[in-house]
Design a protein around this ligand. Structure first.
Ligand code: GLN
Length: 273
């Protein structure tokens, strides 16, 4: 057993050709274990405890097996907050922050009825309520195990204004009751080759028949659940703007607008009932 930090820095460097960010992520892990910023940055001599060595060895075996770093760390950053994540939920994507910002820009009032469909880790609903403490959100997921993670995040952030519940899409909501429906649903085609890079994340959160059935099902339910004039917003794949627009139009939504993400790719579409 090697107790020198330098040994692990050298090990990480030797794996960089295949695992580009391994040294950066090892340094992040060390800081999260309480090793000082200076020691990590300067790669100073430091004697690791047995517990630290165990964690570092687990980091290497998981990382080299392709497990995403956020799952190894059990932590993911979203909207400047740290969320607990494990393989029960999707790792939050930076582009999803645009949905949160769009909702905050609506300046909804405290009586607005907001429903998030397919909440997963809860990061969207919790971030909205942390930024605007007046808002209340009902956030649902069909997966009980995802809801367990959402609950952990609710406690972590003391986000009392989010109510989590189990529901298949919007089935638990009443007719003409909502002002806003938010969803980042599964939207990848089950045969998409991109999925082989996502094989540690829950498939239920990623794939939908034809990549678009989720939009159709959610929008079909939302047209009943929303009040007249209420809004819906979907995150979608960069090539799905036209399909999502047509689904929304066919179901009866109006004022349909698509926006781009940081990379200039079509990423979310919103509309009015
Ligand atoms: N944006 C994610 C990805 O491409 C997928 C998230 C989703 O299906 N909602 O990895």
């Amino acid at each position: 057993m090697n107790s020198s930090l330098n040994y692990y820095f050298a090990l990480a460097r030797s794996k960089e050709s295949k695992h580009q960010n391994i040294l950066r992520d090892l340094k992040h892990l060390l800081k999260s274990l309480g090793v000082s910023e200076a020691t990590v940055t300067l790669e100073d001599q430091y004697n690791l405890s047995a517990e630290e060595i165990l964690k570092i060895n687990t980091f290497f075996s998981s990382y080299l097996a392709g497990i995403p770093f956020d799952y190894i760390l059990n932590e993911s950053e979203f909207m400047g907050h740290k969320f607990f994540v494990d393989s029960r939920v999707l790792i939050p994507r930076p582009e999803t922050e645009l949905i949160v910002e769009w909702v905050l820009d609506l300046s909804l009032n405290k009586n607005s009825k907001i429903f998030e469909v397919g909440t997963g880790s809860g990061c969207i609903a919790i971030s909205i309520c942390l930024k605007d403490e007046d808002l209340k959100i009902l956030a649902a997921d069909i997966s009980d195990s995802a809801l367990e993670v959402a609950q952990i995040n609710q406690e972590l952030h003391n986000a009392r204004n989010v109510t989590f519940m189990q529901s298949s899409w919007l089935t638990c909501s009443a007719e003409n009751s909502l002002d806003l429906v938010i969803s980042n649903p599964p939207y990848i085609k089950p045969n998409d080759p991109h999925l082989k890079n996502l094989n540690h994340e829950p498939l239920i959160a990623l794939t939908s028949k034809d990549g678009s059935e989720s939009f159709f099902q959610i929008a079909s339910q939302a047209i009943f659940s929303l009040k007249l004039g209420g809004k819906i917003i979907f995150e979608h794949g960069y090539s799905q703007a036209e399909e999502v627009t047509n689904i929304l139009k066919d179901i009866g939504f109006k004022n349909i607008v698509t926006c781009k993400d940081f990379q200039g790719l079509d990423r979310y579409t919103y509309a009015n009932k």
